[in-house]
Write a protein that binds this ligand. Sequence first.
Ligand SMILES: NC(=O)c1ccc[n+]([C@@H]2O[C@H](COP(=O)([O-])OP(=O)(O)OC[C@H]3O[C@@H](n4cnc5c(N)ncnc54)[C@H](O)[C@@H]3O)[C@@H](O)[C@H]2O)c1
Length: 357
Amino acid sequence: MKTVTVEAASGSYPVHIGRGLLSDPDLVAGMVAGKQVFLISNETVGPMHEAALEKALVAFEISKYELPDGERFKNLEYFSVLLDKMVASGMHRDATIVSLGGGVVSDIAGFAAACYQRGIAHVICPTTLLAQADAAIGGKTAINHSGGKNLVGAFHQPIGVVTDLATLDTLDDRQMRAGMAEIVKSALIADKTFFGWLESHAGEVLARDRQSLTHAIETSCRIKARIVAEDEKETGSRALLNLGHSFAHAIEAESGYRYLHGEAVAVGLLLAAEVAVRVGLADAELVQRIFDLNERCGLPTGIEGLDPGKLAKVMAMDKKVLSGKLTLVLPEKPGSVVLCDSFDPALPESVMREYCR
Ligand SMILES: NC(=O)c1ccc[n+]([C@@H]2O[C@H](COP(=O)([O-])OP(=O)(O)OC[C@H]3O[C@@H](n4cnc5c(N)ncnc54)[C@H](O)[C@@H]3O)[C@@H](O)[C@H]2O)c1
């Protein structure tokens, strides 16, 4: 088992990574302080992986709820349902929420943990590659609003993350590939050696080779933990984690979520690199390396069936538009990124036009 410690300003916690961890009788149980556990999963993941957890938590009073599966249920309505179920189950202030699922489940469960009785403990058991490498770390919780994705939320760090690699055995290949995009993003932001490693080992990670998978998840967690330790509430360097995301959120939304989040991020990384080349921050070789890595991971290298003009409009409404100016995170080379708002406002649209098919 590998352990990464997240040292956020509001508290530190372990991220354990290994195989078979959900059925370890001491691991999750050891993190729970009170007697009550509220287990939140969804209708897909629950039936596959809940039993192991329930067995390990047999000494506790367990109540549970399975959300319907999908990003569209990460909303106010189901947030309210969760709170209703917790109240009806008589959860006290010392209850612990244990969430089991991908980023959708950990985001809405985390927000419930942040709000219920002004904040209760949360243990995250992430079950997608994207959640294991990224979403479970750092304490951002959120639900979507009709006015935008992740528009309502809070910072609320979990008390621990238990990443059981065995849960990935049931995850489909498309979701594995989508998870790779956030791993590539982490490498591009902060670790050129890791980026080089991914160029030669991506296939092994996607094939779920145990050693490669552990290395990819652990390194990605360490990168995110380091950035969160510097800037928990995103007043500075944490914004760099948004590399590719201004493009990605527009692509996801405009495609009606036909693109998975990770797939949109993969294209977003490419577009951000292309913008960086145009403003003289990066060499064209960087675009080629990202393009090749996306191809190797089976991730998209272009935008299918979307209107670049509409994408640009959605980007203009992005949360990262500060005082009327779009700010983008741009890569200079693997391991080095900068925030940039000094580019021709028409540039993102013209770059997207070139990548539209
Ligand atoms: N809080 C953060 O820092 C952060 C960071 C990145 C992304 N996110 C959020 O995460 C969400 C995306 O997360 P995701 O990619 O994990 O998607 P997801 O949670 O929707 O999971 C993807 C699909 O895989 C299924 N699934 C999950 N685990 C499985 C398993 N082990 N076996 C079989 N099927 C399984 C789910 O039921 C779902 O259908 C988005 O809402 C995004 O906003 C949050």
